[in-house]
Design a protein around this ligand. Structure first.
Ligand SMILES: Cc1cc2nc3c(=O)[nH]c(=O)nc-3n(C[C@H](O)[C@H](O)[C@H](O)COP(=O)(O)O)c2cc1C
Ligand SMILES: C=C(O[C@@H]1CC(C(=O)O)=C[C@@H](OP(=O)(O)O)[C@H]1O)C(=O)O
Length: 375
């Protein structure tokens, strides 16, 4: 299975939803980066399951056990590895799914590819649970990027079939009022009204044993110009590659994205002006990336999250042993909507992708490279 990525910052994710533990290994961060483990845990808590009625009922503490690579609050140059224990597993909920695959989940595709040897319990290695160790790596990358003046934030941009919309994040510069609202509203939205409507939509879908999807917007402020590469290692490629590693992501776009296809060139181009001796684009339809390389404007991207495949309603499936049609009713615990818990995961993958590109371009410089301990 391809659960390994990165050019300079090498990330590997291991485990299954119901295995004793899940974890990650992250190699390539320079020594001396300050990492606050309490803040890392608060980041993981934003994604953790079982915290409210819009999420799965599975309860996990999602405590990150960092077993190597961080000493006395700083990276030591050795590979960082972290594990999270799985505790609240109910594998019996999955006993019939090896035979009768869930529409929309990976059961049937895995049955064919792994010749029925896959771990079906909890969705195995396909589970959204694997985004917990992804958030260990992402949380560390976010703190590393903060030392470079980079701040990454995501929110729910749109949700559900009625397309409930939140206010977009400022595409030109960080807006502290917006960023505070995202962290204080009951769902990660700029607008309290949008958060309340989205919550209602999720609870309503749940009461009908159904699920809803949505769109997450993620913005990286403070990324310097000139990071990335043309063709296959552009910043778009790098972010999209990691974003599609998140289960349930079915679309990714940048800046004006798919809407740019409906604009005239004169509307879509971000014209340049000089301001205080600096080149300053006047708009940011490009989402801060041209030719795969950053422009110095905020990097803006979106990811489409499909509605959770495991729903309580009866669905048409097949019996893979009897080779006949079958009806399926799923009895497990599932997210009625994945979107709220995927918001920190968007920030995590954005941070890992940008940090890898910055390390590769030699653009990651610690404010105090000479460690005080050696003076
Ligand atoms: C944070 C998170 C939570 C998820 N929770 C569930 C869930 O409770 N039930 C479910 O069927 N799928 C859930 N998923 C999605 C499935 O894991 C995913 O749809 C499945 O592995 C198939 O992959 P694909 O949708 O990318 O094709 C979740 C995904 C994420 C990122
Ligand atoms: C546990 C998490 O989410 C799980 C993701 C998931 C899936 O199919 O993706 C299915 C459910 O697993 P289980 O049936 O074991 O409760 C979710 O609870 C998590 O995100 O930490």
């Amino acid at each position: 299975m391809s659960s390994f990525t990165g050019n300079v910052l090498k990330l590997s994710i291991f485990g299954q939803s119901h295995s004793p533990a899940i974890g990650c290994s992250l190699d390539g961060i320079p020594a001396g980066v300050p990492i606050d483990l309490e803040r890392l845990q608060l980041f993981l808590d934003r994604r953790a399951p079982g915290r409210n009625e819009t999420a799965t009922a599975r309860k996990e503490t999602d405590t990150a056990h960092i077993i190597s690579g961080i000493v006395d609050g700083r990276t030591c140059g050795a590979p960082i590895s972290g594990i999270i224990k799985n505790a609240d597993t109910r594998s019996q909920d999955y006993s019939n799914l090896r035979r009768i695959p869930r529409p929309g989940h990976a059961d049937y595709a895995a049955y064919i590819k792994y010749k029925n040897n896959h771990d079906v319990a909890g969705g195995g290695h396909f589970s959204g649970r694997l985004t917990a160790p992804l958030c260990i790596a992402g949380g560390i990358a976010l703190q590393a990027l903060e030392t470079q003046g980079i701040r990454i934030a995501a929110h729910i941009a749109a949700l559900g079939p009625r397309d409930i919309r939140d206010t977009p994040l400022d595409p030109m510069k960080p807006n502290q009022v917006q960023l505070k609202a995202i962290s204080t509203n009951p769902l990660p939205c700029v607008s309290a009204h949008a958060a309340a409507s989205m919550r209602e939509c999720i609870v309503d879908a749940k009461s009908h044993m159904d699920s809803v999807g949505g769109v997450i917007e993620c913005v990286a402020y403070g990324v310097p110009a000139g990071i990335g590469d043309p063709m296959f290692d552009g910043i778009e490629n790098r972010i999209a590659r990691l974003a599609f590693g998140i289960p349930a992501i079915k679309g990714v776009d940048f800046g004006a994205g798919f809407s740019s296809a409906r604009l005239m060139g004169s509307q879509n181009n971000d014209s340049y002006r000089m301001q205080d001796g600096q080149v300053l684009p006047q708009t940011n339809n490009a989402g801060g990336i041209v030719g795969g390389i950053t422009t110095g404007m905020p990097v803006i991207w979106h990811m489409a999250v499909k509605p959770t495949p495991s729903i309580g309603q009866q669905q048409d499936s097949v019996d893979l042993e009897a080779h006949e049609n079958a009806e399926l009713k799923i009895h497990g615990r599932h997210d009625p909507c994945i979107v709220p818990r995927a918001v920190p995961v968007a920030e995590a993958v954005c941070a890992v992708a940008l940090l890898d590109a910055m390390l590769e371009d030699g653009a990651f410089v610690l404010p105090c490279q000479a460690d005080a301990r050696f003076r």
